[in-house]
Design a protein around this ligand. Structure first.
Ligand SMILES: [Zn+2]
Length: 131
């Protein structure tokens, strides 16, 4: 797969999940636009944007070690439900302090993959693995 093909497919995947182009306004189906994005480096401002990453990889919260999903049942709340050996909410209830063990062991999917991609010399090749 060529770089333009990777970029086009990656944008299409993100669009399915609600990505609307972020700050970069372009019609990916217009002839030559994708190639132009590659040649000028403009593609980087698309694939490294948070909007793109959220749509491309998703926003689940996972245990970094075993990939158990940690839920927050109410969006925006500080309550999390998830149970694996690496993540526990200890002493919940009236007598406990509700402390969370293993907090640093959690990842948000898109943040994790975005951080990995930043380290890649060829980020498009990295994206290709997740198409
Ligand atoms: Zn775990």
């Amino acid at each position: 797969m060529t770089d333009p093909e990777i970029l086009k497919k990656a944008i299409e995947k993100a669009e399915v999940n609600g990505f609307a182009g972020g700050d970069v306004h372009m019609d990916k189906d217009e002839e030559g636009v994708i190639e132009h994005c590659i040649e000028t480096g403009l593609y980087a401002s698309i694939i490294f944007s948070h909007d793109f990453a959220k749509a491309f990889w998703g926003e689940l919260i996972l245990c970094k070690t075993c990939r158990t999903e940690i839920h927050s049942p109410v969006s925006g709340s500080n309550e999390y439900i998830g149970d694996c050996d690496h993540f526990k909410i200890e002493n919940r209830g009236s007598n406990g302090d509700g402390s969370i063990r293993g907090w640093g062991n959690l990842i948000i999917e898109w943040e994790y993959y975005l951080q990995q991609m930043v380290l890649e010399e060829e980020p498009l090749k990295y994206l290709r693995k997740y198409l």
